[in-house]
Write a protein that binds this ligand. Structure first.
Ligand code: SF4
Ligand code: SF4
Length: 365
């Protein structure tokens, strides 16, 4: 496994991180047995960074990861967890949530703790309830080792967040399709300039950069590598990026990801050109920039938002091919939208969800 040396923090992190946002399920629940095997396999193959959040799977991710990590010595790995600020309503809330995370993870401390999914609205709560000073106190107590944030907003907002604290690290969404915003390439370069270690989320844009239909990924097919390997290698060669998180959903995916990071090589000029071409192909065929994160769910009116958007994108990206699986758009579900706007508050991609649903429906008729 390729490792990243963080001289600033005097640590060595695996270049590939284990994302516990999309853990495997069986009979409607997290498949603990498989999670245990995956965590052990990941660790045995050099992964030492495990990322979860208080809200993932309504706490199920922390619990499953906590059980699986019990197989390892606590000093041998790093666990990252996140404080959901959008539901904060008092200063005591932070202690309550944090203690619950410790309990679920069966640990006394969290190595990397993040202000979760900062955007302008969430940020208001962070300031209102003085979350940073609360976290600084936890650092003093040794309960948090390193303090950072994850962000889903633009470059100007990133600058505002950077004024608030001398952050130990930052987590951003970045991949060859997300260059322009959230906070995009400018955001990445800003963090690099400030020597803030960078953790990457959504390197595959919710799986989109892995499941690229052949007609769109044709430039890759003329070369050697897989879709996944190009997305990872594009990131891994960038300075300042210490760990690339990948949401691990099954053992096969984990093995595939580890294989890429075992001996990751810089991209050739030809490979860079192929990535640019695939990026253009995707952008010209995609309908909506949904990553499938499901932060917008549940919709109180029963609209299956991520599934609908996934099917819409899949269908549009395959318009000229025979590849049809996953393209059944649930129009009936889309029609249940009453445009209440509740889902949009939580969408890190700032998608105008009801507007897009209307567009989808109008395209059908
Ligand atoms: S705007 Fe539509 S999709 Fe979003 S929560 Fe309201 S009803 Fe559901
Ligand atoms: S619409 Fe937004 S919040 Fe919902 S799944 Fe897509 S990206 Fe996530």
């Amino acid at each position: 496994m390729k490792m990243s040396k963080l001289n600033k923090l005097n640590l060595s992190l695996s270049k590939l991180g284990f994302g516990a946002m999309r853990l495997p399920h069986k009979d409607g629940a997290i498949d603990q047995e498989q999670v245990n095997s995956m965590v052990k396999y990941a660790f045995d193959n050099g992964i030492n960074y495990f990322d979860t959040a208080y809200v993932y799977n309504k706490g199920g991710s922390e619990i499953a990861l906590g059980i699986a990590l019990k197989q390892l010595n606590r000093e041998d790995f790093f666990v990252a967890d996140k404080l959901p600020l959008w539901t904060a309503n008092s200063a005591e809330y932070f202690d309550r949530v944090f203690n619950k995370s410790l309990e679920r993870l069966q640990t006394d401390y969290i190595d990397f703790y993040l202000m979760h999914a900062l955007d302008r609205e969430v940020y208001e709560n962070m300031l209102k309830y003085d979350a940073i000073n609360w976290a600084i106190q936890k650092k003093k107590e040794g309960k948090i080792k390193y303090l950072g944030f994850s962000i889903h907003d633009d470059y100007d907002f990133l600058l505002e967040v950077l004024k608030q604290y001398d952050w130990d690290f930052a987590q951003i969404q970045f991949n060859y399709l997300d260059l322009e915003d959230n906070p995009g390439e400018k955001g990445y370069l800003e963090l690099l300039k400030r020597d803030i270690p960078i953790i990457i989320m959504e390197p595959l844009k919710g799986g989109l950069l892995s499941d690229i239909p052949d007609n769109i990924a044709a430039p890759f097919r003329e070369l050697d590598g897989s879709n996944v390997s190009y997305a990872f290698r594009w990131l891994a060669e960038k300075q300042g990026i210490v760990t690339v998180l990948s949401g691990m959903s099954n053992m096969q995916q984990l093995e595939q990801n580890i294989e890429v990071f075992k001996d990751i090589q810089p991209l050739s000029d030809e490979e860079h050109k192929a990535i640019l071409k695939v990026e253009e192909n995707i952008k010209s065929s995609q309908k909506v920039k949904c990553t499938g994160c499901a932060y917008c769910m549940p919709c109180p009116f029963g609209v299956e938002i991520p599934g609908i958007f996934k099917a819409w994108n899949t269908k549009s990206m395959n318009i000229s091919s025979n590849w049809i699986s996953g393209t059944d758009i649930d129009y009936e579900s889309a029609q249940k939208c009453v445009e209440c706007g509740q889902c949009m508050i939580h969408c890190p991609q700032h998608i105008q969800i009801p507007e897009m649903l209307q567009k989808l429906i109008s395209e059908k008729s």
